[in-house]
Design a protein around this ligand. Structure first.
Ligand SMILES: N[C@@H](CCC(=O)N[C@@H](CS)C(=O)NCC(=O)O)C(=O)O
Length: 236
């Protein structure tokens, strides 16, 4: 296959755009990067590329084909360049693996992630602690059981030794979950790191994921924490 020409329109502080970086890096694909300033209204040229109401990031141009929405972009990359991230959809065992990854990511995004944002926006200590408790409850009920296949095997989804699409789609959020509760940021309850000890599979999986170079190469913990506070945390 000829080397594709890929342009990634992105912003390194956006967890959704971050997914595309992980997918491209882990697939070993070269790409040109265009940073979109999210602090100013999008220019018309970008709205022409990504026609949604707000001109979101990420967008990729793949040999001139425009693809938007981070999950679709990441899946497209994994489909167009088959690798350890995601098996081709047939035979049926592969389709089952793909369904399991989709279910896992859906559980994480819908049952765990909302409590991270609730913790950041909480107006009181009590609300922050309640959000951390709800986050760990979501992990224990929805995510920990789906990580049973990592027991005694590789740390990534399904017991893989290498990243999978599951980590591509969750890694940027895991970076935030594991760092925002540190005392130096205290963006969510500082009890969160202790609470996460209750979920040993999640702990091993999430730590392996955030320590992987394809996941953390654009991550700037302090900058993201400071900007997240400025944008979302209630003003004192
Ligand atoms: N559902 C979209 C969400 C992308 C998204 O919300 N991106 C934000 C940045 S994190 C954005 O571009 N916001 C536009 C703005 O802030 O003006 C995806 O997964 O790609």
């Amino acid at each position: 296959m000829a080397t594709p020409k890929i342009i990634l329109y992105t912003n390194h502080l956006c967890p959704w755009a971050h997914r595309a970086h992980i997918a491209l890096k882990e697939s070993g694909l070269e790409y040109e990067e265009v940073i979109i300033d999210l602090n100013v209204p999008r220019e018309q040229w970008y709205l022409d590329i990504n026609p949604g109401p707000r001109g979101l990031v990420p967008t990729i141009s793949y040999n001139g084909n425009i693809i938007i929405e981070s999950a679709i972009v990441s899946q497209f990359i994994a489909d167009a360049h088959p690798s350890h991230l995601l098996p081709p959809s047939a035979p049926v065992e592969n389709a089952i693996t793909r369904a399991r990854i989709n279910l896992f990511v859906d559980a994480f995004i819908s049952k765990v992630l909302p409590h991270l944002f609730a913790g950041i926006r909480a107006a009181s200590e009590q609300e922050r602690d309640a959000a951390a408790e709800a986050l760990i409850a979501g992990v224990l009920k929805e995510v920990e059981p789906l990580l049973a296949s990592t027991e005694g095997k590789g740390p990534f989804f399904g017991g893989s030794e290498k990243l999978t699409l599951a980590e591509v789609l969750t890694g940027s959020f895991l970076l935030r979950i594991l760092s925002f509760g540190k005392p130096e940021h205290a963006l969510v309850s500082t009890k969160l790191p202790v609470l996460l000890e209750k979920a040993p599979r999640f702990k091993r999986w999430s730590e392996a994921t955030v320590n992987h170079p394809s996941v953390n190469f654009i991550w700037n913990e302090k900058l993201v924490a400071d900007l997240t506070r400025a944008k979302f945390a209630p003003k004192a």
